[in-house]
Design a protein around this ligand. Sequence first.
Ligand code: ADP
Ligand code: ASP
Ligand code: MG
Length: 402
Amino acid sequence: MGLIVQKFGGSSVANAERVMNVAQIVTETYKAGNDVIVVVSAQGDTTDDLIAKGKEINPAGSKREMDMLMSAGEQISIALLAMAIEKLGFRVVSLLGWQAGFESSSVYGAARIKRINCDRLRTEIGQHRIVVVAGFQGLNKYDDITTFGRGGSDTSAVAIAAAMHADKCQIYTDVDGVYTADPRKISNAVKLDEITYDEMLELATLGAQVLNNRSVEMAKKYNVELEVLSSLERKPGTIVKEANNKMERMLISGVAKDTDVSRISVIGVADEPGIAFKIFSRLAAKHINVDIILQSVGRENTKDISFTVARGQGDEAVEIVKQFTSSVSGKDIVVDNNVAKVSIVGAGMESHPGVAAKMFEALYNARVNIQMIATSEIKISVLINQDDADRAVTAIHAAFFD
Ligand code: ADP
Ligand code: ASP
Ligand code: MG
């Protein structure tokens, strides 16, 4: 008994039947004696459809208006779910992000939650209502609606759980937990009973969309234990929490794939100090996040620098690099969008040599060529041709889990 935050993703509320199913789960939790705050996403593909509608009218529409448009999807979901809960005979209120007290930074499309003013949430809970909150959205200092980036409802849920000191934060979705690889792609992926924040954060950042990476970051910061579970089957899911001694230390906890990548190569720049600094400081000044970086050994006084960025930032990155290279003649910039990043994540690799070799062997056996490699204590990523990505994930998963 206590306060439980439950988040339901787009497929969990995709149609009337699914909305009634969610109402059932929520009211059962309430009937068991808990206060319940529910966070919902837009139904099914609504957000994608809204984006397409906006682009149809004006591909260069402002980010402010895109946020106004995209946030509408969640408004539909909260009203429908509240009506479903009313139908089951329970007291309920639906709230948009701003009504629930979400104050955000100003960056449209990628706003950060600054604070939640919990007064309204507390009042509604105090009046014994189930509260249904629109995920993914807040209000900035200009009193404008902002959104938190794709998949941002997970973060809305964790933020409420942290701010309200909830006893539980459950993320309901269309799979029954976190697996060693996307269970829709790898049929023998294994469900994990638990996973540490750090491993989940890496997996989420490297492409496992089951949880949004910012939500995991926030859960770790405020020590909110998460459970990822299915809205369609009643069974325990995966617990995401701080590492402890009792946890089974897996060598590898998962394989992830990210196709939202562009590789940019700057060919033939001068082999002298300061070139990397000049390129990457310009990119940083424009908030472009650079991921893997590879610099060739200098030859005949020139060298090549390659790096990856999110696909959506590729064009902007190229423009910035062009502005730099135009001041130094004869340089070539090559962009490759047909790439994918495949990664393995696991806390156990820190203390076990040979993990990288095993991954590379699997890729070699599958005849997949590696373009770039990046490592940290708990992850190894390779950049490969996008057409090879699914084969690579299958081969790597088989090498570690079969
Ligand atoms: P929601 O709409 O509920 O937020 P998402 O589509 O964002 O759901 O995330 C759930 C999806 O994440 C699953 O359908 C699954 O295909 C995908 N996924 C990718 N990697 C993993 C993984 N390692 N474990 C579980 N699901 C994963
Ligand atoms: N509806 C938003 C999206 O599709 C937010 C979310 O699903 O979490 O990205
Ligand atoms: Mg999601």
